[in-house]
Each structure stands twice: as C-alpha cells, then as structure tokens.
Design a protein around this ligand. Sequence first.
Ligand code: NAI
Ligand code: MG
Length: 793
Amino acid sequence: MSVAHYFDTMDYGPAPEADGPARDWLRRHEARFGHFIGGAFRPSAEGGTFETREPATGKPLATLASGTTADVDAAVEAARQAQAHWQKLGGHGRARHLYALARMVQRHGRLLAVLEAIDNGKPIRETRDLDVPLVAWHFLHHAGWAQLQESEFAGYSPLGVVGQIIPWNFPLLMLAWKIAPALALGNTVVLKPAEYTSLTALLFAELASEAGLPDGVLNVVTGPGETGAAIVEHPGIDKIAFTGSTEIGRIIRETTAGSGKKLTLELGGKSPFIVFEDADLDAAVEGVVDAIWFNQGQVCCAGSRLLVQEGIAPEFLMRLKRRMETLRVGSPLDKAVDMGAIVDPVQLRRIEELVAAGIKEGAVAHRAPVALPEGDGSFYPPTLLTEVHPSSIVAREEIFGPVAVAMTFRTPDEAVMLANNSRYGLAASIWSETVGLALDIAPKLQAGVVWINATNLFDAAVGFGGYRESGFGREGGREGALEYLKPDAWANRRPREATPPAEPADGGAQGFELRAIDRTAKLFVGGKQARPDGNGSRVIRSATGAVIGEVGEGNRKDLRNAVAAARAAESWARASTHNRAQILYYLAENLSARAAEFAARIASATGTDGEQEVDVAVRRLFTYGAWADKFDGAVHSPPLRGVALAMHEPIGTVGVVCPDEAPLLAFVSLVAPLIATGNRVVAVPSERHPLSVTDLYQVFETSDLPAGVVNIVTGGREQLAKDLASHDDLDALWVFGSKEAAAAAERLSAGNLKRTLVDDGLALDWHDAKAAEGRIFLNHTVQVKNIWIPYGD
Ligand code: NAI
Ligand code: MG
C-alpha cells in the first residue's frame, strides 16, 4: 500500500518496531535457556525442558529449563551463600548496585521493551512507555531505601533468602516490584517467572550480572506451577512473595502455615469503576479504555466492573461504544495498536468460556468492530457486557481479559454497596467532578488503591496491594520495604517452655483460697456479660494448684456471637482518634485505681510480681492512648499533578489469642494497639490465667468503651484459635501462646485470607517495651489504602 493510500483514507498504516536485537539475543542463546543460578545459566539438573511460544503468532520462541526440587535446592544454596556478604555490603553498597540496575534497565530499555512485547503479547507502546520506565524507577526508588536503610529502618534486619513467584501479565514490572525491595534491604532472591513469560527475567538476570550484581544475589528458576510449589515448600527460604491467582495464593497460605516463613500475597481483583452522574463523561470513557483495555485487560487491578449512575447510563454507554469503534487490535510490535495478543491460548479459552457463561445468564455482549489479526495468535476483541446482574459469574469472577461488565446504581450508598459486593478488594476508581462526593466515597470502599478521576496509576513510592481476598502486604513505598525486614527486638525470642500442669503435685492438698463460691466469670460480648452457650465452665487454679475461680467454657457459637458484636461496633472505626485516645487513657486510669486488687490476683495466679505487671499494663495503655492520634498515614507526591494519600485504615474485626505468660500485660499489649487504630476485637485470654482479664469487664464498663469493641471469650486456646481462624467474618487473627495454635491459625485462615500475626511458639518478654509495644505491633493493626487525587483538569 502506498503512502498516498493512507493519506487519502487517513487509515493507520503498520508502524512496526524493529525486533532485530531481541531476536538476535534469542539466537545468541540458540533459543535455549537454563536457570540462572549463582551468576550463570545452567540446565535443569534432571534435564527437563518446556517450550514457550509467541502469543501473537503461536510460534515457538524458546526452550526453557523446567525447574525441579534439585534446581530449587541449588538456587537456594547459591542465594544463601551470597546473602551474608550482600547484607554486609551495607546500605550504601547496595544502593550503588540498585542504582546500577536502574541505569542498566534504561540503557537496555528498547531491548527489554521489545522482548517483553514479543514474549507477552502486550503492545510495544505499553512496554516502552510504561513497563520499562516504571521498572527503572522502581530500582531507583529502592536504591534510595538501601541508602537510607540504616537510619530509616534502624532496629530491623533483612530476612535472608526470599522466594518470589510472579505472573505473566507484567513479567518485568512484577520482577522489579519483587526483587527491588528484597535486594535493597539485604536479602537474596530465588525468583520464578511465569511459565508463559520467562524471557525478560532471564535477560534481566544476565544483564544484571554483567552490570556487576554479585553471583547468587539474584537467581532465576524457570518452570511451571510445580517449580513454584518447590520454592514455597523449601525449608531454606525465609519468605515467600507471590503475585497470581487467589486460588494459588490460598494454597501457598496453607503450605507455608506454621513454617515461620513470612508471606505476602498480591492476588486477583474485580475492581469497581464508579461513574457518578456529575462525572466528566468523556474523561470517564477514556478512563474505561485505560481501566480494562490496557494490557488486554490482563491486569489484577483492572476496572472490570463498571458501575454507572442510572441517569447517565444510556448516554455514557453510548459514548463508550462509540469510542470502542476506534480501538485497534494488532501485532504487539505495531506502535499504533491499543491492544495486542492474549498471553496464551489457555487464557483465551478461559475468557471465551466466561463470556459465554455470562451471556447465558442474560448479559448482552458488545464487541469492538475490530479485525483481529489472522493466523494462530491469541486475540480477543475489546468487549463490553451490559444487562449484567450483580450475581452473574461475569460480575463476580476475575475474567482477566479485555471484558468490562456494566451495571447501574441509583444513589451513592448503592454504589458503595455494589462496589463492595465482592470477595476481592484490590482497587477502585471513582469518577465525579464533586470533590466532596469522591472523597466521601473513597474511604468507604474496601480496596487497597482508590483512584479518583483516574485509573491504573502506579508509582514506586506509593504502596500497592489488596484488602480481603485480594491478598495482604504491600509493594512499593515504606510499607513495602517493611515486608522484607524483621525486627531485631524479636530476634532473641526462645521457644516457650511448657506450662507446668495446673494440678498440684500431691494431688490432695489443693484446698480453696479466698473465693466466692458461686462466682464463675462469664464471657463479655457486645458490652454485656454473657453465659457461655454450652453452660460449661472450667476451674482455674493458682500457681500452687489451689482453685481460685472458674470461667466460662466458650465454644464456636460464643465466638460467632462475639464476632457479630464486633462487626456491629463498626462505628468505632470512624470514632475520632481523639475519642479513641481518651478512652484508652480512661482504661488506664480505671485499671490504675484498682492496681492493688489486680496485682494480688496476678500474684496468686502466676506466682510472679503482680504489681509490676499491672504497672507496665497501665503504661502500655498510655502508650496506645498516645499513639491513637499519631499513627497516621502519609501524603505521597507521585509524578503527577496531584497527591496520593496513604491512609491507615483499621483492618476490621480481629481475633486475638493470648499467651499464658504475663496474662494481663500480654492481653493489653495485643488488644490496645488494635483498638487504638479502630479495630474491634474478639479476644481469648490466657487459657491458664484468665481471671485478671475477666476482672477487666468492670474496667471496660466504667471507661466509656463502646459495646462490642472488645469482646472476650474464655476457654481452651487451641480449639478457640482454630474456630476463629475458620470464621469467615473475621478479617485478621493474632495468635500468641503456642506453636500448634499458630500453625493451625495460619492454615485455617486461608479460607478468607485473614491477615495473621503469630508467634510460632516463641515467647516474647512482654515487659520489654522494645519488643512488645509501638510500631512493631501498630504496623499490623492497619492496612494502607492509597487514594490517588489528581489536581486540575
Ligand atoms: P497462577 O496463579 O496459577 O500463576 C501465577 C504464578 O504462580 C506462575 O508463576 C505459576 O507458575 C505459579 N504457580 C502456579 N501454581 C503454583 C503453586 N501451586 N505453587 C507455587 N506457584 C505456583 O495463575 P495462572 O494459572 O497463570 O492464571 C489463571 C488465572 O489467575 C487468570 O486467569 C487470572 O484470573 C488469575 N491471575 C491473576 C493474576 C493477578 O495478578 N491478580 C496474575 C495471574 C493470574
Ligand atoms: Mg495456574
């Protein structure tokens, strides 16, 4: 076709990016790659391989090594050997390396962008303008955290060897999000790229080595899910960071339970894109294009659920359909396409099946009138589904393709309800010209990232990650860095010694100490003392074996009531920080007024110094009264005209299982930080010494603590911990007191992916403020929500 033809028709001509250097790189390796371990490529120990294909053509691209346990062993070994030296290099030493990686990415930007487009099928325009620049920026940002580590993260140390498993939708960007913080803070890495898209990780590792990254600091093992599982199960790994499907995230949660491995999960989403009737409709239409047709819709935070206010819905959908007519789908290397290829025929079929299921349920499909490239490539047209019911499979499941579903709402409240009607909680986008409305809605959405009049904005300084079943942990920013560190104050914890039996040794002379015979402490639920469901009770003995009281034997039903009471006390999350502070001080005051009584109780129960324990407990309440109005978020300045507000939001309803040591102090140390930041708690006090906590009921009742903020269920630790872990309306669970309970809690929490904090059976010194109070706990009481607010037009 001649230039004159395009001049006459004003059609786009093909504008292909040269792929010579990328194909040369493949040829140089004879299109065969081993794992990258200890600074060099090496074949799989057992010789297994698999083929990776080009999404746009279906043609084979390269043969890759299929990682087995032996390969993972070798990679972990290399990483372990490199780690001590890498840590000793210090912050500045590592900052220089991270900076070199950023420069390396910029230098080889074109090669990386082209290889990424070929390997993944995404348009070169996106890899060139978005993926690669963000990757470089991520390394630069984390060079900064390395540089500042000794001052900004004093009292924290690297974890050691980190296993990282990433998906195929942003191969290079996910690599950067994973390895930049890990390496910056002194860890070494074993990374498994996705089986569909391993090439840029291999190229990156090779280039990094050339750029002077020490051998073994970054190891890449390729292979399918089983290779990932071998990493997850490897005993020599200190942390797993995973991005991928919620299904696999759950499996990883179960597998790592009780292992002591740290875990962060960045999982799926079904993010709402809310258009209010006062939105700038044309801007919102462009927003949809970005939200769901960017990267072929294969984006965990894609705005895949369009919620449009009823009055403007017809007009908005009309404009959207008109815009769809101008979208172009074609070769990823064509600089003038909006969409390239779907990563693999498997994913293409998944999209087709889900859309077919949606249509069967009544959805009406509108497809962009595009000509899909011929041949064996995996292409799917931009698609809009209307007449979708909120309960339809296409409104609930992550399609992970270029398919938006549209629904309508009438009022802002209904928008919030529909938006939150999902087990996911990754991102949300709000479109309105009324600042008051947008800023009122943002905090009400269950999502880790909220974009106002924008979508799919990312920045290394702004944390990214989910609420609910979209996973836990953040990538980017200070909170992301903390995920690769552990507190030194917890380093010297020792396995807890077995609690001596409650029965007196001689079996006979137990007697009764001063005791009101009929006083069985009840449970405390919804601000009221409540008899346990089973009407059972357990006898509580002193340090010397004498009977000193009885407490209710709580069961699953009692926990259910307690969780419901905690859920109903939602307004605590919105109480002013000043109000929460005041109540914590008031609790301290009222505990202090009865210090002698509590001290005597503790001394008789545990045989330890009760006065000191009460004194430290009062101080601790003061500490969290102090923090209540000071543990606030941050305002980020990402590279746009605007800000991102990093809000500290409470997690919600939290279960707390307390240890036997320092029964009153441990309870206060665990519950106070949670309520200081607006969570509501269901606590199981020390199984052995619950009486000093059941005595607190009167303190609660006289301190203006709203009903349901703290609920207490006494009974057996192991069973109650398990019941809490499998309760689906609990958002987080802290288990201190036994290794078995900790492991069970982590395993059973996989159902709704609770955030867990457990002690793995290692005892804390609750009297030591360094180990037992402050940010070390507060960081676990909140989830960071980043609200992006661009300024101007
Ligand atoms: P996946 O979750 O199976 O794969 C992600 C990564 O985990 C890959 O590297 C894979 O090899 C690895 N993996 C698989 N099984 C594993 C196991 N048992 N242990 C450890 N690692 C394992 O996702 P897949 O199969 O590629 O895609 C299926 C669906 O998952 C997509 O259609 C999409 O809905 C969702 N997904 C979501 C992503 C997100 O970022 N939210 C990313 C990728 C997929
Ligand atoms: Mg899979």
